[in-house]
Design a protein around this ligand. Structure first.
Ligand SMILES: [Zn+2]
Length: 247
């Protein structure tokens, strides 16, 4: 079946991928609607059409969860979030969004520019590692810093889904670590994958790529093991730098 650009694709029971501007948003259709990630500013109209195609309405949207504070994940929040929409994000990325245009211009950096572009309404509610949100029978927040300080993954045990935002990517036919170019701290981002390896995951759901279902659990374990080996190597190198015989 051919889909138009704005149509939603089912990725799991009651979960639909919606191509927004710059990233996928994921709509969870329960009594009310939850959105994971909101795309760039201007994404609202795309979401509205896709949701209508599912026989639902944006009036039913009650919750937006942002996997992190990059503009292609939070830029659309402002136009979607009215008083009745609960917007959730990790505090480490909320802090980064409190950037004025003056800040971005006076002290330019990629982080500050991203933060300015991504600015959201003030009423973002923090989510913390270990929180269980009342979505999909319990959606667990896993803090996985590195891509940004406040990056989170969301794990739905009932459906064995893991929403990873940009903590993992899909490159050259395989699941890979976070983007080297767009990540604040690549080493931390890789280490964070170790926090995902013990979850029973059937489907990995990315911010920018189609879902991955081929031995997802094994793939996570392999990436975590590689990150652990790299970390040990780094620690060894650091300890040898300080060794007395190295002058
Ligand atoms: Zn990102």
């Amino acid at each position: 079946m051919k889909h138009s650009v704005e149509s939603a694709t089912k990725v799991a029971p009651d979960v639909y991928a919606v191509p927004l501007l710059g990233a996928f948003g994921y709509v969870i259709c329960e009594d009310r609607l939850t959105l994971i990630d909101a795309g760039l500013p201007g994404s609202g109209v795309l979401l509205e059409r896709s949701v209508a195609g599912l026989g639902r309405s944006l009036d039913e949207l009650t919750r937006i969860i942002c996997t992190h504070g990059h503009p292609d994940h939070v830029g659309g929040v402002r136009e979607l979030a009215g008083d009745r929409v609960d917007v959730r994000m990790h505090p480490a990325d909320i802090a980064g969004l409190q950037v004025t245009l003056g800040d971005a211009v006076r002290r330019p950096s990629r982080g500050r520019l991203f933060a300015y572009l991504a600015r959201t309404p003030a009423q973002v509610v923090p989510v913390l590692d270990g929180d269980i949100l009342p979505v999909m029978g319990g959606l667990e927040v896993i803090h996985t810093p590195g891509h940004t300080p406040g990056s989170i993954c969301l794990y739905a045990a009932r459906d064995r889904l893991l929403f990873v935002g940009d903590v993992l990517t899909f490159r050259r036919g395989r699941v890979s670590y976070a983007s080297r170019i767009f990540s604040d701290d690549l080493r931390a981002a890789r280490a964070s994958v170790q926090r995902l390896a013990d979850r029973d995951v059937e489907t990995i759901i990315f911010g920018h790529d189609p879902p991955w279902r081929n031995d997802a659990k094994g793939v996570l374990k392999e990436l975590a093991a590689r990150a652990s080996r790299e970390r040990s190597r780094d620690q060894l190198a650091t300890s040898q730098e300080g060794a007395p015989w190295k002058t």
